[in-house]
Design a binder for this molecule. Structure first.
Ligand SMILES: O=C(O)c1ccccc1NCC(=O)[C@H](O)[C@H](O)COP(=O)(O)O
Length: 261
């Protein structure tokens, strides 16, 4: 079993347990269900920097990145830096995140928030909305075409943007459908952890222009952003490069200032 299979197997158990503790009706009673979501796709279309800055304490590939920060400070720092959006990992076992992180980030910023999660069930999408997210992530490697259709349709019905993540041509071909807003190419192979920015470059031509293109993972230089922009990318998801520092917000600001000069 590779790491992605393990994460998904654990996630199925976790979702079953959650469903038995908090019902859909209870989730739907959240005040956040009435909140009008902010479209990350729209913000990215108008942005020069395109930075989506991630809150990431640890990861399967890097182990501990930074466990000493408050998510509120990180959210405020990213907002002041001019990030287009914030990605919040909510998986506990592998990334040290939680739904509390999502709530606290929501309370600290008005920029669009992506719930970074391994979504396999409609319940998690209602949960994302109920806890204040604007965007959900769907990972093509762990979903069938039918599942992508059903999950993305529900997200759209709840007013959420959908970021569909692919890593190769096969995943891209099965996934293209109108209920997606953002096409993310993950430069990291989630089964082997190998990172290669050329994946974004080679897949870019196959992504129709109707979708906002985002390059994810392994981005650590402004030069890489300039390179990826030439391939039509409007968004860049960065986690570790900011989170490994004592002040992710300040580092994101320096990075963004260099892009927009
Ligand atoms: O980051 C990992 O090790 C990882 C392992 C298995 C599944 C997902 C994983 N990461 C999720 C992400 O996509 C990244 O957190 C995100 O793109 C930011 O990447 P980076 O800038 O390299 O931290």
């Amino acid at each position: 079993m590779n790491i992605l299979d393990k994460i998904v197997a654990d996630k199925r158990q976790e979702v079953d347990l959650k469903k038995s503790l908090i019902t859909l009706t209870q989730l739907e009673a959240s005040v956040m269900m009435e909140r009008t979501s902010v479209s990350l796709a729209e913000v990215l279309r108008k942005s020069n920097s395109g930075i989506i800055a991630e809150h990431k304490r640890r990861s399967p590939s890097k182990s501990v990145i930074n466990q000493n920060l408050s998510v509120q400070d990180v959210a405020k720092g990213y907002t002041d830096a001019g990030a287009c959006g914030m990605s919040v990992l909510t998986d506990g076992k592998y990334f040290g995140g939680s739904l509390d992180d999502l709530v606290l980030a929501r309370a600290s910023t008005n920029i669009p928030i992506l719930r970074k999660e391994f979504i396999i069930d409609e319940y998690q999408i209602v949960e994302a909305k109920a806890y204040g997210a604007d965007v959900i992530l769907l990972i093509a490697a762990i979903l069938s075409k039918e599942e992508i259709k059903t999950l993305s349709k529900l997200a759209k019905d709840l007013g959420l943007d959908v970021l569909l993540e692919v890593h190769n041509e096969e995943e891209l071909e099965k996934s293209l459908m109108p209920s997606l807003d953002i096409l993310g190419v993950n430069n990291r192979n989630l089964k082997t952890f190998e990172v290669d920015l050329d994946i974004s470059k080679s897949l870019s031509i196959k992504i129709p222009d109707d979708f906002v293109k985002v390059s994810e993972s392994g981005i650590s230089s402004v030069e890489a952003i300039r390179d990826l922009k030439a391939f039509g990318y409007k968004g860049f998801l960065i986690g570790e490069n900011f989170m490994k520092t004592d002040n992710p917000g300040e580092n994101a600001k320096k990075f963004i200032d260099k892009i927009i000069v």
